[in-house]
Design a protein around this ligand. Structure first.
Ligand SMILES: [Zn+2]
Length: 78
């Protein structure tokens, strides 16, 4: 059985399915629930950002992710 560990919450994901139950962003592996949190965290910030810019988007995703790896969870700013 294959097991991958989420770099953010450290949870084990058994038999990970890439892009379905397990995601790799740059050099960081994340589980489905952390990916959901990441999407929410980014969406919330992107809404107030005009015009939309992919360079900024990628940079921001990485910043949120690296903070998540340090803190053990993705921070949702509300
Ligand atoms: Zn996780």
């Amino acid at each position: 059985m294959e097991v991958n560990y989420c770099d953010v919450c450290k949870k084990a994901v058994e038999n990970p399915i890439p892009t379905r139950t397990f995601f790799r962003v740059a050099d960081i592996d994340i589980c489905e629930s952390c990916k959901d949190d990441l999407d929410v965290a980014i969406k919330h910030t992107v809404r107030g950002k005009q015009p939309f810019d992919f360079g900024w988007y990628d940079e921001y995703s990485m910043k949120v992710l690296r903070e998540g790896v340090q803190k053990g969870k993705i921070l949702l700013k509300r």
